[in-house]
Design a protein around this ligand. Sequence first.
Ligand SMILES: C[S@@+](CC[C@H](N)C(=O)[O-])C[C@H]1O[C@@H](n2cnc3c(N)ncnc32)[C@H](O)[C@@H]1O
Length: 196
Amino acid sequence: MFHTITPEIQKRMDYLYELDQKDRKDGTAKLKRLRQIPPETGKFISLLFASSPEGIGVEIGTSAGYSTLWLSLAAKELNRKIYTFELLEEKIKLAKETFNQAEIEEVVKLVEGDALKNIEKYNNISFCFLDTEKEIYEECYEKLIPRSVKCGILVADNITSHYDALKPFIEKLLEDSRVDALVVPIGKGELVCRVL
Ligand SMILES: C[S@@+](CC[C@H](N)C(=O)[O-])C[C@H]1O[C@@H](n2cnc3c(N)ncnc32)[C@H](O)[C@@H]1O
């Protein structure tokens, strides 16, 4: 997957990476910032998606589609789709531009609106990347687990970077008998769960 990234995907990855770096330095307001994952997390989640069982891929929190670009590598490899959920108009516009310019519209479906409502329309989830507001992680998780296939994989981002805010969520998942869970110190900290 990593050896066959198309020039179109690479170009958009580089562009969004620079934009995100700029956001972090120039005091852009939180809602406007892209708040993207670093490249090593992109590689990690695409490897996990590529290793997931039969089913659909889901991402909660698209932003401008940087993490989706990484997930699209696995979607192509598996001949599956990734459904990515985004609420904000401005981000939706950027994400559409990303999917068009990177030529990945065939494998990516952008679901516009509140993921908490829209996720209820999806089942047979074999992979999920959860990267939205930390206040709704638990509610998303509770909607995702019953809709996931056995041995499906769920990855939650920002586990070490937002440890204090996410502590109750992390402790709950590590104790949850519906999953096997582990914190992986890569990027901003990833909580990886395998659905039992
Ligand atoms: C941390 S950013 C996602 C970054 C992206 N995964 C990446 O690495 O490129 C979180 C995104 O979740 C979106 N979001 C927040 N609440 C949401 C909701 N209820 N439904 C869908 N998206 C939501 C935000 O607008 C924001 O773009």
